[in-house]
Design a protein around this ligand. Structure first.
Ligand SMILES: Cc1cc2nc3c(=O)[nH]c(=O)nc-3n(C[C@H](O)[C@H](O)[C@H](O)COP(=O)(O)O)c2cc1C
Ligand code: SF4
Ligand code: SF4
Length: 438
């Protein structure tokens, strides 16, 4: 079994899987049960001046039958007393010395930061996470994303925390910004040992169309909340990768946002995360989801010959480039494996209505006119035919095809040297003729 242990900005844990600061990490008994289930670390539900929450406070979207594929909340930070939280942090850390306990914090003044940091460190925190990300409620009080959206304030409060703390400080960034990089750099300038991202995305999850009120409803009114869950993963991956590849950044990242299984976690690690935090998946399915994450990550590492998680971190970052550096002369076409095709024709509809009208049913007018070769095998007469001379290699048919590996995108030798847009503009490099643009 490969070594799953990590060191994220000086915070060590037996595996990269941490509970994100949220309801699953609200109390000592919960965090302890999570550690028993296999979680390597937990970021405690944000501490600050305890608040009063509203009822109700969560919303979910069902996307094509998957309940909670997107999730939204208008919950604030902890509503439990600081004394109770610190006692439970102390007890948890004592019982589970090898697991990482990171304490998430959000207060206002320099004095409050000094006090709460001292108490967190005294309680045994392995690290701190500054919550500069909450996009509802707390930002109206000048905290959360109100700080995360202002690089100068972010830098200043981070520098206070680093001054007062004897343990590593992570800054949790908000995705509610146009470009994440200046915000990550502000945290770095403030002395942060690492960053965590993303917190939730400002959103309205839906509208009750009979009552004419957005969800979740609170006595006939609603407000914007924070979006999270599987649906936000692509946004989170992009932000993590943006920071990971920024030359001036260079501090560890704890990746968060839509992690539902080991594969998602691997993607975050390959794009630069050292640890991976999870909230919604645990809220929907419980602590046991970590079992599959641990097993899946271990198997993946064995298959790919990784001995440690550190070897994996950022492995896909060099392959993430600007659009202008992509090879415009690289060309693919769709190939259908007739032995796998079930003849459903979903690809035909998608290509005809959403792409370039170049997959045709056998016997159709274009297929006959173009004399497209008919394959053998599979559901033979229903296997559609690709007109490769018109196929732009867009991928749409592959995305809709219900049979794994039935459609592949195959590269075509077209005789053109690789050329990017940037090379074309600066050196006049020759581009292949366009397809499908008539
Ligand atoms: C109900 C709920 C409460 C949350 N509370 C906090 C919080 O107190 N502090 C914090 O930093 N993030 C909080 N978050 C954000 C999560 O920690 C996490 O950043 C976000 O949900 C994205 O991860 P996910 O897609 O795995 O849910 C909360 C999220 C949810 C759904
Ligand atoms: S790759 Fe795009 S253009 Fe080519 S057949 Fe598929 S859907 Fe049509
Ligand atoms: S979508 Fe896939 S299985 Fe269905 S007809 Fe097209 S290639 Fe065959």
């Amino acid at each position: 079994m490969p070594d799953l242990s990590i060191d994220c900005a000086g915070i060590k844990s037996p595996n990269p899987f941490w509970l994100a600061s949220a309801p699953p990490a609200n109390s000592g008994l919960q965090v302890q049960r999570a550690f028993d289930a296999g979680w390597g670390g937990a970021v405690w539900k944000t501490l600050g001046v305890p608040i009063q929450n509203v009822s109700s406070r969560f919303g979910g979207v069902t996307i094509r039958g998957v309940q909670g594929a997107g999730f939204n909340n208008i919950e604030l930070i902890t509503d439990r007393s600081l004394e109770t939280n610190f006692r439970e942090i102390y007890e948890t850390k004592k019982k589970y010395p090898k697991n990482a306990v990171v304490v998430s914090l959000m207060v206002e003044t320099r004095e409050e930061w000094k006090d709460i940091i001292k108490r967190s460190v005294d309680a045994g925190a392995d690290g701190l996470e500054l919550n500069f990300g909450c996009p509802h409620g707390m930002c109206e009080r000048g905290m959360g994303s109100a700080v995360g959206q202002e690089p100068r304030v972010n830098q200043e409060i981070t520098s206070w925390a680093v001054e007062f703390s004897t343990v590593p400080v992570l800054v949790k960034l908000t995705p509610n910004v146009a470009d994440i990089v200046p915000h990550g750099l502000a945290a770095r300038r403030g002395g942060a040992h690492g960053v965590s991202l993303i917190n939730t995305i400002k959103s309205i999850i839906g509208v009750d169309i009979d009552r004419f009120v957005p969800e979740p409803r609170v006595a006939g009114l609603s407000t914007n909340g924070g979006y999270c869950g599987a649906a936000v993963k692509p946004i989170a991956l992009h932000m993590v990768a943006q920071l990971a590849r920024s030359k001036d950044f260079g501090i560890p990242i704890s990746g968060i946002g839509g992690v539902s299984n080991w594969r998602d976690a691997v993607e975050f690690i390959l794009l630069g995360s050292t640890s991976v935090q999870v909230c919604t998946e645990v809220m929907l399915r419980g602590y046991r989801v970590v079992e599959d994450m641990i097993e899946g990550l271990g198997d993946y590492m064995t298959t790919h010959g990784f001995k440690s998680v550190a070897e994996m971190v950022g492995k896909a970052v060099p392959s993430y480039s600007e659009w202008g550096d992509l090879d415009l002369n690289y060309e693919t076409v769709a190939k259908i494996d007739p032995s796998k095709c079930i003849g459903c024709h979903l690809c035909v509809t998608a290509c005809h209505d959403g792409a370039h009208q170049c997959i045709h049913p056998q016997g159709s007018e274009p297929a006959v006119k173009l004399k497209l070769p008919v394959p053998n095998g599979g559901s033979h007469a229903r296997v559609p035919l690709v007109d490769e001379s018109e196929c732009v290699g867009c991928n749409l048919c592959k995305i809709v095809c219900p049979v794994p590996d039935c459609i592949s995108m195959v590269s075509v030798e077209n005789g053109f040297q690789p050329s990017t847009w940037n090379e074309h503009v600066t050196e006049g490099a020759k581009l292949r003729p366009k397809k499908g643009a008539h």
